[in-house]
Write a protein that binds this ligand. Structure first.
Ligand code: FDA
Length: 302
């Protein structure tokens, strides 16, 4: 219930204005977001890399309705790749991209065109790109774009949300050789007509999907902080070479576990940065309502 309210607040312009106008919010946001700009993010990337962790960098932003804003997002990624190359971080690094930030909701093929340019620039410096998955209304369009991108850039990956009823079917099309798939539980409020409801149902769907991925020929990316899911993934991966899968977690969540897994497994941290942190932050609060207590306490303790 509280999660649903937080996710609804995450889509409200009024709540955005309110939450982002409170200076104290920033301290809590910093736990999950690497900073407002690329320089701050690069500092985090350096620190994580020194600890043996790989990264996927996300320039924050979503639901773009203006072509000019989509262009700003594309350019932010192009700057990111140039900076990664300049600092020697590019090899093995990944960028996470939300197609809605590139104009997916706008008419025509703007998002695809921008995504192509992003993939071409990433490929030139030796980086990969993974498409985030947003709410269920965008899945068809995201998978269609993925198919088009993969004909030129076969290493483009995609996030698949275990909570969606359709995902097992989608995954059967995504387990071919080399196919990079990040399996996540799903962070959006979805109706029961399209999504499993409740922790138990979603977790069981995740395990079914994980089995499919681990038995396939693709490159599974286990995107979860859940200790039980991680144990199951480790057991399923026992037959695979350590180079043929990886774990992924979000910046600021279970950092000690990230470092532990990095001893012996590939571990990648999803690092978001940028000024447009509101939607991302509200999803993190919704995942763990205890974060809301922490957030509210920061006001009281001042
Ligand atoms: P679960 O929610 O059960 O959490 C397990 C444990 O992890 C908790 O008990 C707690 O200890 C810790 N934890 C989890 N979330 C926390 C939080 N916010 N704050 C503090 N602790 C927390 N979703 C999506 O819909 N589209 C996408 O593209 C992506 N992309 C993505 C990339 C990567 C690398 C990750 C790890 C996750 C995503 N997600 C996502 C988010 C995902 O769908 C899901 O909401 C979160 O990962 C939380 O689910 P868990 O599997 O961690 O389990």
């Amino acid at each position: 219930m509280l999660s649903a309210l937080l996710l609804a607040a995450g889509r409200s312009g009024r709540m955005r204005d309110l939450v982002t106008s409170i200076p104290l919010t920033r301290g809590v946001v910093d736990r999950f977001v690497a900073g407002d700009d690329l320089d701050a993010a690069l500092g985090t990337v350096r620190r994580l890399s020194e600890g043996g962790l790989r990264v996927t960098l996300d320039h924050l932003g979503e639901d773009t309705r203006e072509p000019a804003q989509a262009l700003v997002t594309r350019d932010a990624y192009l700057r990111m790749f140039a900076a990664f190359a300049e600092h020697g971080f590019a090899g093995g690094a990944d960028a996470s991209v939300k197609l809605s930030a590139l104009g997916q909701a706008l008419p025509g093929e703007l998002a695809l065109d921008h995504a192509r340019e992003i993939c071409a620039a990433a490929g030139r410096v030796g980086m990969t790109v993974t498409l985030d998955m947003e709410d269920h209304t965008t899945v068809d369009s995201t998978l269609e774009t993925l198919g088009k991108l993969r004909s030129d850039f076969p290493w483009v990956g995609v996030a698949v949300q275990a909570m969606l009823r359709r995902s097992e079917g989608d995954l059967r099309e995504l387990v071919d050789e080399g196919s990079r798939v990040r399996l996540v539980k799903g962070a959006y409020a979805e109706p029961s007509s399209v999504a499993f409801q409740g922790r138990g149902e979603v977790d069981r769907a995740y395990v079914r999907a994980l089995r499919l991925l681990m038995r396939g020929d693709g490159y599974p990316m286990v995107g979860s902080h859940d200790p039980r899911i991680i144990d199951i993934a480790l057991a399923l991966a026992a037959e695979r070479s350590p180079a043929s899968y990886e774990f992924q977690m979000l910046y600021g969540i279970r950092a000690a576990e990230q470092r532990r897994l990095a001893q012996g497994h590939q571990m990648r941290v999803y690092v978001p940065y940028g000024a447009d942190w509101y939607g991302y932050f509200m999803r993190r609060l919704a995942e763990r309502p205890a974060n809301l207590v922490f957030f509210l306490r920061s006001f009281v303790s001042r």
